[in-house]
Design a binder for this molecule. Structure first.
Ligand code: ZN
Ligand code: ZN
Length: 238
């Protein structure tokens, strides 16, 4: 179980891995994407999900086209969500190193993991989740923008810019309802936007950020907005 071995290591350990070696188990060989097939297969895949927002579902239904309670109650502003991994184990550790230690090696691996699950239709532009300039100054970079730049280069798509005009409290401390009300008026998009665009985020938690940004993009003239993230938080009762 190479990945289990990796998970037990301290966060940041994978920074020592070298090109040509699996970032997770350090085994050498045919590693063109940064990992070996065995470790890739063992990643925490987000398999039993709402078909619209990709929230993990508590029960596995025979019908694959199942909607979660939230999407059944109200249709989200966004259309498709791609979030193929769960925010846990090695994925959580990688995202932590990327966001809080600004590790470009972790960032590149995460971009590669996203590209390994590229949505079939991305539209005409990528829209990074914007960060308030005070938060960006604190952190030193905006992780969604950094990922979007890598993906845009690889996929030859333009970046569409939005701004965050409201200082938001740390979202993870808030309930689903509080997140949604905090995000009212938080984003602005100036200028024309293409008809179909894809929001880029690192982790989708309740979908409130994507909902708020998609609503603004639709008001700015988009006709379809999708979300493409690395991971979805595991099932909670938020
Ligand atoms: Zn491996
Ligand atoms: Zn849903």
């Amino acid at each position: 179980m190479p990945l289990t071995r990796w998970t037990n290591k301290a966060s940041g350990w994978f920074k020592q891995s070298l090109p040509g070696y699996c970032a997770f188990c350090l085994s050498p060989g045919q590693v063109s994407s940064g990992w070996c097939q065995e470790c890739f297969d063992q990643l925490p895949w987000n398999l039993h999900v709402c078909c619209q927002c990709k929230e993990p579902l508590s029960h596995v239904f025979a019908n694959a086209q199942m909607l979660c309670d939230h999407c059944q109650a109200e249709k989200p502003a966004f259309s498709m969500v791609t979030a193929e991994l769960l925010f846990e184990g090695p994925v959580r550790a990688l995202i932590h190193d990327f966001k809080f230690h600004a590790s470009p090696r972790a960032g590149m691996l995460l971009a590669e993991l996203m590209l390994a699950n590229t949505p079939r239709c991305l539209g005409e532009g990528l829209l990074p989740v914007p960060m308030h300039h005070m938060r960006a100054r604190e952190r030193g970079f905006n992780q969604s923008y950094w990922l979007s730049e890598q993906l845009a280069k690889r996929l030859a798509l333009p970046l569409i810019n939005a701004v965050c005009v409201k200082q938001l409290p740390a979202q993870h401390t808030l309930s689903r309802k509080e997140r949604a009300s905090n995000l009212v008026g938080a984003f602005r998009i100036d200028g024309p936007v293409p008809g179909h665009l894809t929001i880029i985020d690192d982790v989708v938690t309740t979908g409130a950020t994507g909902q708020a940004l998609a609503t603004v993009a639709l008001r700015a003239g988009a006709t379809r907005v999708d979300i493409w993230a690395i991971a979805r938080t595991p099932l909670t009762h938020s």
